[in-house]
Design a protein around this ligand. Structure first.
Ligand code: BTN
Length: 256
């Protein structure tokens, strides 16, 4: 079990000042929403050793075997207009953490997959609940592959872990501590209005290449031209129109 001590000796301002650690949950997202609803403080972290119904973006499953990776959700209460910045802040916090492992050069696949050598090492899921008065919360779910092994599994070539990349197992407690500290620092920046866009944009893969983006029922094809300061992907279509997409699933074309 990950040491509860991790969340007691962090020295952070908000993130992880309160932690809920579970051996097994269906999903840390649901537990975090329940806690948010009953008024848990900002920065509370829900962590599970294993998830039996871990979920990813676009209705996908997040496979969450016990004891190898990190599965956590944060309860945040940013002003609604800062929510998009929080996405960039969390992505950058994961990048900071991965870099601390040493010798790794993470990139971001829009909007918020963190990848190593074109394979996903971390997924981020943002779920907001706002009422008409703009009061509410944001749950940020982070699945970081620390010691998982994907070779010989259906995810080979698509997913990787920090251990797979550095060639030896890592101390999950140390990675968790680094992650929570990085999240705290980046979240403070997001709240203070620090422009994170340039840094986030600089890490994005595939700008200038042909892409197909699926967003709900919509399929948009064209060239990924850039991103807006809010984080929308700008896709230039063949007819010259440029579409701004706030979320979606990107397929990058290898040729053409
Ligand atoms: C993605 O599709 O890339 C996002 C994956 C997010 C997975 C994390 S694991 C912790 C939290 N609990 C969940 O059920 N999902 C998120």
């Amino acid at each position: 079990m990950l040491a509860a001590a991790v969340v007691h000796s962090l020295g952070t301002r908000r993130i992880g000042r309160c932690g809920y650690l579970f051996p097994r949950l269906p999903s840390t997202m649901d537990a975090a929403h329940r806690l948010a609803q009953v008024g848990v403080g900002e920065g509370a972290v829900v962590l599970a050793e294993e998830q039996t119904a871990g979920r990813g973006r676009l209705g996908r499953r997040w496979v969450s075997p016990p004891g190898v990776n990190l599965y956590l959700s944060l309860v945040l209460r940013p002003p609604a207009e800062a929510a998009r910045r929080v996405n960039m802040a969390c992505c950058l916090a994961v990048v900071d953490t991965v870099r601390q492992v040493g010798g790794l050069a993470p990139t971001i696949k829009w909007p918020n997959d963190v990848r190593l050598g074109g394979r996903k090492v971390c997924g981020i899921l943002m779920e907001g609940r706002w009422d008409s008065g703009g009061m509410g919360w944001l749950v940020v779910g982070i699945g970081l592959n620390v010691n998982g092994a994907f070779t010989g599994t259906p995810l080979e070539g698509v997913a990787t872990s920090l251990a797979q990349e550095v060639g030896h197992p890592l101390d999950r407690g140390a990675v968790l501590r680094a992650l929570l500290r990085a999240l705290d620092a980046r979240y403070e920046q997001a709240l203070a209005g620090v422009p994170l866009w340039q840094e986030w944009k600089g890490l994005l893969e595939g700008l200038g290449t042909r892409v197909t983006v699926r967003w709900g029922e919509q399929v948009v094809e064209g060239v990924a031209q850039g991103v807006t300061p809010e984080g929308d992907l700008l896709v230039a279509q063949e007819d010259g129109r440029v579409v701004a997409l706030p979320a979606g699933e990107v397929t990058t074309h290898i040729t053409g």
